[in-house]
Design a binder for this molecule. Structure first.
Ligand code: UD1
Length: 339
């Protein structure tokens, strides 16, 4: 069955909005649900202008079963990409009930609607965080999933479990658990990018705000890790490369693979200082930084083995780390106060 209409929850968020672009470019017809808790309605205008189409949009919460089912009644949905979730690691430690409620009930609500409406294709937005403190790097899809280091990560693990159990009995449904590396960078047009509220939690938006003088300096959390330069190592992937991974997964669904799990990253480990240096090289701007204490819950090293996605999806990253930095900077310059 040819997949055409794709419901994208959290479609106005950072990864969601970049995925909408790739979906439309490949001829899919997205429908967006977003509660706007961490996204701007202006992103919808940007997308519609960029893509020169009208995109059906519903400002609803994915935990609202009644409203969610209305959307499924209204459109003949072929596939769902479920991005909508709370995602701040630190906040999840402070607000476990909110994180477990939102991230689990929203998936269950969408899944029940999927079941009731006979939808056979479901992509779940998971994370490298499911590997916890990995037993080895690069992490492999077959590695044991034990415990994450925080409630946010636990919700990813539990959601993966729910979807795996669903897939065990609904053999005719294709489910993909996509475990993301750290998405960074911005759309090459400079029109879409990461736009955090308040002080950024994540490294890249913080560096960009230092680059434009919005923040004084970056604090590098820890320089005594057992890594080549003492700072943490992560796998940073351009958000548009990550977005394309979803389109490739939908193409894979045409072969009815059932449950599939893919790491989506570059396969390369980059330290915090490597990233700062790449940013300086790409933009010619000096990034002031100082070393501070380790951040609670950070693990020294995490990067992904992406051989499976390469072999089975034809997944390949187009953007280098410098491209990531350059596009992030361009978005920051063009949007000094967000969208
Ligand atoms: C975390 C989550 C990941 C989640 C992502 C999105 C874990 C292990 N990882 O990634 O699952 O998808 O957030 O929110 O739970 N850093 C600094 N200074 C800063 C900010 C960050 O030095 O001001 C360092 C951190 O210590 C870390 C690296 O930069 O080593 C990346 O941090 P960040 O961008 O927050 O992402 P993760 O913690 O890797």
């Amino acid at each position: 069955m040819k997949i055409k209409k794709v419901l994208v929850t959290g479609g106005l968020g950072y990864i969601g909005s970049h995925t909408i672009v790739e979906l439309v470019n490949k001829g899919y017809e997205p429908i967006i649900i977003d509660n706007l808790s961490n996204a701007s309605i202006k992103v919808l205008d940007v997308l519609e202008q960029m893509l020169k189409i009208k995109i059906p949009f519903y400002q609803i919460d994915c935990t609202d079963s009644c409203e969610v089912n209305k959307v499924f009644d209204e459109h003949k949905i072929d596939a769902v990409i479920h991005f909508a979730a709370l995602k701040a690691v630190g906040e999840s430690i402070q607000k476990p009930a909110e994180y477990y409620y939102n991230n689990l009930v929203s998936t269950l609500t969408i899944l029940k609607a999927v079941q009731a409406h006979g939808v056979k294709n479901f992509i779940f937005s998971s994370s490298a965080t499911v590997y916890g403190n990995p037993i080895h790097v690069p992490c492999l899809e077959s590695d044991p999933i034990v415990n994450a280091t925080n409630p946010y990560g636990q919700t990813k693990i539990i959601n993966e479990r729910i979807l795996t159990d669903y897939s065990n009995i609904h053999k005719d449904t294709n489910i993909a658990l996509l475990r993301y590396a750290n998405p960074i960078g911005a759309h090459s047009s400079g029109k879409l990018g990461e736009n955090p509220n308040g002080i950024p939690n994540n490294l890249m938006p913080y560096v960009s705000q230092v680059a434009v003088g919005k923040r004084d300096k970056l604090t590098v959390f820890g320089n005594d890790y057992p890594t080549k330069d003492g700072t943490c190592i992560r796998d940073y992937i351009h958000v548009s490369d990550l977005a394309l991974g979803h389109v490739l997964t939908l193409e894979k669904f045409e072969t009815d693979p059932g449950l599939v799990i893919y790491n989506l990253g570059t396969g390369e480990g980059t330290s915090v200082l490597d990233l700062v240096n790449a940013y300086q090289k790409a933009t010619g701007i000096k990034i002031n930084y100082t070393f501070g204490p380790r951040r609670d819950g950070d693990i020294p090293t995490n990067y992904l083995d992406v051989t499976k996605a390469k072999n089975e999806l034809g997944f390949k990253c187009k953007y280098s780390i410098e491209d990531c930095c350059k596009t992030a900077y361009e978005f920051q310059i063009k949007h000094p106060n967000g969208y």
